[in-house]
Design a protein around this ligand. Structure first.
Ligand code: SF4
Length: 231
């Protein structure tokens, strides 16, 4: 029997437990009366092409300078310096400025107004912003906006290449539709948003710990079902 997204989810949940993503500093936002969803939006852009540890350093700088709000990012002249640890800081600063100006101009910095819109409408809006591709847009929509949309990243694509699935492993849309369909089949009663949040986080854990560029199948929790390992 081949591994399906539903089986992968169950096995990974047993192995790693709930991941409760996205990691945000709730205490900081309580103390500063700021919106934790904005930390997710910024994190989703800063994490492009870099390790999460570097993003954390950049977020720490933004917090230390009291600059983790839409208004502050729009106004600050020091954005590049603060986000420097995340790499590609010229490009990322430009992307953050464009997105925050959009939120400022069209939604008066109010994330409720933005996220309360129809999912496909805001997705198209995000994708029309320079530097925001499907992975970044869907991460923002799922983890900050609480919208039911499955995130596909390089790790998901790598795992799909090793599973016996009949899809184009390079196609974002095909992979996304496949996971959505299969997860629904297996868990029709589960909260879809929560299921997508956990499922993506667990796939990231699998790829970081076992299904690396050079897979470590012997220790992997999927080893007894994975055809790549068994073949
Ligand atoms: S058994 Fe190997 S190939 Fe299969 S998911 Fe695990 S690490 Fe990846």
């Amino acid at each position: 029997m081949s591994l399906t997204p539903g089986k992968i989810y169950k096995l990974l949940l047993d192995h790693f437990g709930n991941q409760n993503w996205w990691p945000v500093d709730k205490d900081y936002h309580k103390r500063n009366d700021s919106d934790p969803r904005f930390e997710i939006i910024v994190g989703a852009i800063l994490t492009q092409n870099t390790a999460w540890g570097n993003v954390e350093k950049a977020l720490k700088n933004l917090k230390a300078n009291n600059s983790l709000t839409v208004k502050k990012v729009v106004e600050t002249k020091n954005l590049k310096t603060m986000i420097q640890p995340s790499g590609f800081f010229n490009q990322k600063a430009k992307r953050l400025k464009i997105l925050t100006s959009h939120l400022h101009k069209n939604y008066e910095d109010n994330l409720d107004k933005f996220f309360n819109k129809d999912l496909q409408e805001i997705r198209s809006e995000l994708l029309s912003i320079n530097g925001i591709g499907p992975e970044t847009a869907d991460s923002i929509l799922l983890y900050a906006g609480n919208h039911p949309i499955f995130v596909v990243d390089a790790y998901t694509k790598r795992i799909c290449k090793r599973l016996p699935v009949k899809i184009n492993e390079e196609s974002y849309d095909e992979i996304q539709q496949y996971f959505k369909r299969e997860l629904h089949k297996c868990f029709p009663k589960k909260d879809t948003t929560q299921l997508y949040k956990e499922s993506h986080a667990l796939i990231v854990e699998l790829a970081k710990n076992y299904c690396k560029k050079k897979p470590e199948c012997k220790k992997c929790p999927l080893k007894n079902q994975c055809e790549f390992n068994l073949s």
